[in-house]
Design a protein. Structure first.
Length: 301
């Protein structure tokens, strides 16, 4: 299947890998028959590779619902976005509309009554219009990122074109989507699968860090459980590549594996002085380098 350059990440995602596609691409195995990404998030590497067979998963059910709607209910989804656009144009202050949409999940009965298309349109709008494009939830699983008062385009023809390209790719390839714990996914994939793991990064307890992609977060025991899954993959001859923070804990957990240090830009700190380049680790259970692959620098305006 030929790659379509319009297929790209369509959600802004904290910790997304757009900026590291060059480094990641060079560290991929030479051949990928089946691709698996248990923490798919914005899917930068997945959409760049556009594999013919893929298993994508995320514990965030709303995120997987969004991808399923984009695949199966594209026209209804675009119609819902256009309705949002018309309602916004009638608002004197869009922040009022934003917080009304954001607060829909405060009423669980009301939120559960929404259709999949309505939930997907809500997620896309909030992602485009919240501060820093940050998906963040509180301990109740409620979206709580604030409104971004800077002008950000919500929907236009270029964005629709990219959405349509992703829709067409998801319907052309064999992409299997689930929303469950990563361990369930990794214990059932075929042996000819390549796995890319991009979990919420490990942050030492005494430091502040962002891990609230889901209401339960991702704690130290989850990272240990993930490393044990990597041991399981290795024992079964399944190649994996994993991204994580450069900390003593992660280095110790993966001391038996190949570790490469890369520079990544921190961009979600509310204080601009807290942003900048930091070390991240790319961990693999294989040695080969792939130098024949090209990658796109994604941007969606």
């Amino acid at each position: 299947m030929n790659k379509n350059n319009l297929v790209r990440p369509i959600l802004h995602w904290a910790g997304g890998k757009r900026q590291l596609l060059g480094e990641l691409s060079l560290l991929l195995p030479k051949e990928i028959e089946v691709y698996c990404e248990p923490f798919v998030g914005g899917g930068a590497l997945f959409f760049n590779l556009q594999p013919n067979i893929a298993y994508i998963n995320d514990i965030n059910n709303d995120l997987i619902c969004f991808y399923k709607v984009l695949k199966d209910d594209f026209d209804a989804f675009i119609f819902a976005l256009q309705e949002y656009k018309e309602l916004i144009q009638k608002c004197e202050d869009e922040s009022v509309f934003f917080y009304n949409i954001r607060n829909l999940d405060r009423d669980k009965e009301l939120y559960n009554s929404l259709s999949s298309v309505q939930k997907a349109a809500r997620l896309f709008y909030l992602n485009r219009k919240c501060y820093n494009g940050l998906f963040r939830v509180n301990s109740n699983g409620e979206f709580n990122a604030p409104f971004n008062r800077k002008h950000v385009c919500f929907i236009n023809e270029n964005i629709i074109q990219c959405l349509r390209a992703v829709h067409e790719y998801l319907n052309t390839a064999n992409v299997y989507m689930t929303s469950c714990d990563f361990e369930e996914v990794l214990k059932t994939i075929p042996k000819n699968t390549f796995v890319y793991l991009d979990p919420p990064y490990y942050v030492p307890v005494k430091k502040c860090g962002f891990t609230k992609y889901s209401k339960d977060g991702f704690n130290e025991q989850d990272h240990i459980r993930l490393r044990k899954c990597c041991d399981y993959l290795t024992t079964n001859g399944i190649k994996f590549m994993l991204s994580n923070s450069d900390t003593d804990f992660i280095r110790e957990q993966y001391s038996d594996y190949n570790i490469v240090v890369v520079k990544a830009k921190r961009s979600i700190n509310s204080n601009s002085k807290g942003r900048g380049f930091v070390n991240e680790l790319i961990i693999r259970n294989y040695n080969e380098l792939r130098k024949d692959i090209t990658y796109n620098l994604f941007n969606i305006n």
